[in-house]
Design a protein around this ligand. Structure first.
Ligand code: CAA
Length: 263
């Protein structure tokens, strides 16, 4: 087990849980927090026993209220540009990981918090959650993908509204689900159980194929359709070369449950 200063990191039963741990600052993201998050993600990805990563926040009030505003204010323009690129690199790395990542959201999910959540594969939120990109109220803009991933997820009309109106366009979890920004919303006391449901389903599948699908979607969405479909065909061929493909098809024909090995 690796120890971190700014996050809690636990590994159990094939699940790595990363908990942002700055409750007094509503789990705001600073350089130290994101350095730890990145290292924990890398540790989880390198550990073959880990099937799912869960990213969440401590304190019950916030998943994450965004970038740490005092740290942000201290940056020169070039430092701010470089920091934005570094955050974008980390979120891109999350999208390139084979291991699926679930954002477990309870409370404020704002600014950089929403941006990191949008780089996860699943977003499951409690009905006590609030979403938005309030950077504009600070005189700045989202710098970790908010203007881009949000647009891809909810479309241009809503993305412009959420990004341009900032605090004036915060929205609740029901609206986030309606916008397809999150997978589902549940009462707060059912959040753990709902996340466990997703984990159980993912663990029953081939880790290899889950990873291939993740890349097919995350890489393909940035390509034109012809290239994306060709990439899908290549991914299909890779999936068909796995032992799990033989196992999955044999299990179906033999009318038994597959025993996937992730190979
Ligand atoms: N950074 C640092 N500290 C923060 C913070 C942030 N983003 N958000 C909240 N905090 C701190 C507050 O300063 C406060 O600390 P103190 O008790 O020491 O004063 C503590 O967390 C609790 O916050 P509030 O008292 O404000 O709690 P509230 O319930 O009244 O309001 C809130 C909650 C609406 C989330 C409000 O705190 C807020 O608007 N926070 C800022 C949200 C924001 O603007 N996020 C975008 C940041 S910029 C960004 O993310 C850039 C990027 O793209 C990478």
């Amino acid at each position: 087990m690796v120890d971190f200063e700014n996050i809690l990191y636990e590994k159990a039963d094939g699940v790595a849980t990363i908990t942002l741990n700055r409750p007094k600052a509503l789990n705001a993201l600073n350089t130290a927090v994101m350095t730890d998050v990145r290292a924990a993600m890398q540790d989880a990805e390198a550990d073959e026993s880990i099937r799912v990563v869960v990213l969440t926040g401590t304190g019950g009030k916030a998943f994450c209220a965004g970038a740490d505003i005092p740290e942000l204010q201290s940056k020169s323009p070039i430092e701010a540009r470089n920091w934005s690129m570094w955050l974008q690199m980390i979120t891109r790395e999350m999208e390139a990981m084979q291991t699926p990542i679930i954002a477990k959201i309870n409370g404020f999910c704002l600014g950089g918090g929403l941006e990191v959540a949008m780089a996860c594969d699943f977003r499951i939120a409690s009905d006590k959650s609030t979403f938005g990109q309030p950077e504009i109220n600070l005189g700045v803009i989202p710098g970790a993908g908010g203007t881009q991933r949000l647009t891809r997820l909810v479309g241009k009309t809503k993305s412009l509204e959420i990004n341009m109106l900032g605090q004036g366009a915060l929205f609740d979890a029901a609206e986030a689900a309606r916008l397809n920004l999150i997978n589902c919303v549940v009462p707060v006391d059912e959040l753990d159980a709902k996340v466990d449901e997703y984990i159980k389903k993912l663990k029953g599948l081939s880790a290899a194929t889950v990873g291939i699908i993740k890349l097919a979607v995350n890489k393909g969405i940035e390509m034109d359709l012809d290239r994306a479909l060709y990439y899908e065909a290549e991914c299909f061929g890779t999936a068909a070369s796995t032992e799990d493909f033989k196992e999955g098809t044999s299990a179906f024909l033999e009318k038994r449950k597959p025993d996937f090995k992730g190979k």
